[in-house]
Every structure is written in structure tokens, then in C-alpha cells.
Design a protein around this ligand. Structure first.
Ligand code: ZN
Length: 300
């Protein structure tokens, strides 16, 4: 447990997290984010940052019900305020319907919606960082995928810490960057964390990331230390990759980050539901922050 927490602490130090900083942790209900919440609540005492968590109820039947329950248990166990964003409550539909309405694969719609909601909540709370539970196996697979397609802009964002663009996007922190899936699982068991092992029913076993993750496991078994070496090198060099070329702009509908014109969430919801839902999502999150007694940035 000490080893695990030392590795997490090292990333927090690299990001210069200090007393009074606001860390917003994304909890999915799975083992990685549960381990993250455990480690962050252990280290909170000595560093003195403020913690809040966010869970997105994706509206995927039994899977979402179990995930939400686990997230609630895990957050309340440590007295961490939890923002639950229920997609059906805000949009009237969950991920499966959004995917059908836009004729896009559910995983791509889900990724887009999650990125938007997590960033929106971090901006509304004025978080110093949005903290994600990606482990070393996830990161190695993402890195290989980005390298395979020579997507250098993605590589430039695959470090343990990413930059904040004030008012538009909050930087991400990945404290489990150098911790494997196995280590994360063992740690969450030792800490008796609450999590579900259920998998999303939409997961596609042939999806590139999943195949690459298995390949990473195979290479690691033949070449122990492969993952740590790959990620250690990437952590040193990711800022050298070219940043996105398009100038950053503000979505005319919701005011958050876009790569020109309306942001992808406002576009997606306009297409599926006839109206850009960014503003409604932001208002819903502000309401949740009020209910939890958390400050809303820019409302002082
Ligand atoms: Zn927008």
C-alpha cells in the first residue's frame, strides 16, 4: 500500500498540488477510480487539498445502476461530496439512445459525453485538476494507438499531467499513470474499496484499445518492465509532441472549449435532440454544486 501511495504522491508532486487546491475525481464505479479515491483520501491529510468526486450515470440499464451504487458507497465512505450527473435527468436520454439518434457507435458517443461533462464540472467548481483513474495498462494502449496512427497531438496529451486553459478546460491529472491494472486491483482489494467488476454491455472486444491492451500484457509477460519503460519515456517527452494547431475557441452555445465553432457536445445533442444541451448541462452541474455546498467558480 505504501508503494502504491508513494507512486500516486509522486504524480501529485510533479503537478505541484498544494494545500487548498481543488481536485475533482472522476469515479466510474470500477476498481481503478475506487483505488484512486482511496489513495487520494489517504494523502489528503498530509497535502491538504480539497476533494470532490463526480459520477456520470450513463443510463445503461443494470450496469449503470450498479456503477452508481458503487460510486456512492466509495465517496460516502470517505465523506467526499459526490456530484452525480444523471444523463436521463438532464438530456431525457441515456447513451444507448444518443448513439441510435446520431447513428454513431455507443463507445464514441460515450467518450465524447464523458469528456464534456467532466470538463464542465471541473470548470464550474473551479477545480485545479480533473483527476482520472487511467492506469499504466490503459495509458500504454492509448500511447500505442496514437503512435500507430501517428496522432502526435494525442500523444502530446498522454502525460501524467495536462495543461489548464483558464475558463475553458481544466488540466488532467493521472495519478495511476505508473501503476498497472494488477497493482490497482490489489490495492483496491487491500483497502476494501467499493467497486463493481461488471463491464459495460456495449464493450466491443475487437475495439483497437482493447486489443492493444491485451498486446501490452503479452509484451510485458515476455519483457518485464516494458510498460514502465514506455510510460517513463513518454512522461519525459510528451510535451515535445506538437500541440493541436487550431486556435482554441469558445463554443458559442455553451462557452466551453471547442476546436472552432460549436463544441462537439453541443453539436451532438443538437443533432440528436434538436437543441445544444451544453448550457443545460452546465446549469444542472451548478445546481448540484449548490446542493452539495460546493462553491461555484465565478459566483463569489
Ligand atoms: Zn458547447
Amino acid at each position: 500500500m505504501d508503494y502504491f501511495e508513494r507512486r500516486v504522491r509522486r504524480i501529485l508532486e510533479r503537478a505541484r498540488v498544494k494545500s487548498g487546491d481543488r481536485l475533482l475525481v472522476a469515479i466510474s464505479g470500477g476498481k481503478d477510480s475506487a483505488a484512486l479515491v482511496e489513495a487520494l483520501s489517504v494523502l489528503r491529510g498530509s497535502i491538504g487539498y480539497k476533494l470532490a468526486a463526480i459520477h456520470i450515470d450513463l443510463g445503461i440499464g443494470e450496469y449503470s445502476r450498479k456503477s452508481r451504487e458503487a460510486a456512492l458507497k466509495e465517496a460516502s465512505r470517505h465523506g467526499i461530496p459526490l456530484i452525480i450527473v444523471d444523463l436521463r435527468e438532464v438530456l431525457g436520454v441515456g447513451i444507448p439512445e444518443l448513439a441510435k439518434l446520431t447513428k454513431r457507435p455507443p463507445c464514441s458517443v460515450c467518450g465524447l459525453v464523458k469528456r464534456y461533462v467532466l470538463n464542465a464540472a471541473a470548470v464550474e467548481w473551479g477545480a485545479s485538476y480533473l483527476v482520472m483513474g487511467h492506469n499504466a495498462d490503459d495509458m500504454a494502449a492509448y500511447a500505442l494507438k496514437a503512435f500507430m496512427s501517428q496522432d502526435l497531438e494525442s500523444l502530446s496529451k498522454l502525460g501524467p499531467v495536462t495543461e489548464t486553459v483558464p475558463g475553458l478546460a481544466v488540466g488532467r491529472l493521472r495519478p495511476l499513470y505508473m501503476l498497472s491494472e494488477k497493482e490497482t486491483f490489489i490495492y483496491s482489494m487491500l483497502r476494501k474499496a467499493s467497486f463493481t467488476m461488471d463491464e459495460c454491455p456495449h464493450v466491443n472486444r475487437r475495439q483497437v484499445e482493447i486489443v492493444l491492451k491485451r498486446a501490452v500484457g503479452f509484451i510485458e509477460s515476455r519483457m518485464p518492465g516494458f510498460k514502465v519503460q514506455l510510460l517513463g519515456n513518454l512522461a519525459r517527452r510528451y510535451t515535445d509532441y506538437p500541440k493541436p494547431k487550431e486556435p482554441l475557441s469558445r463554443c458559442p452555445s455553451c462557452g466551453l472549449i471547442s476546436s472552432g465553432g460549436e463544441c462537439s457536445f453541443c453539436k451532438l445533442t443538437r443533432r440528436a435532440l434538436g437543441e445544444p444541451m451544453g448550457p443545460r448541462m452546465r446549469a444542472y452541474i451548478r445546481q448540484k454544486l449548490h446542493e452539495l455546498g460546493l462553491e461555484v467558480a465565478g459566483e463569489n
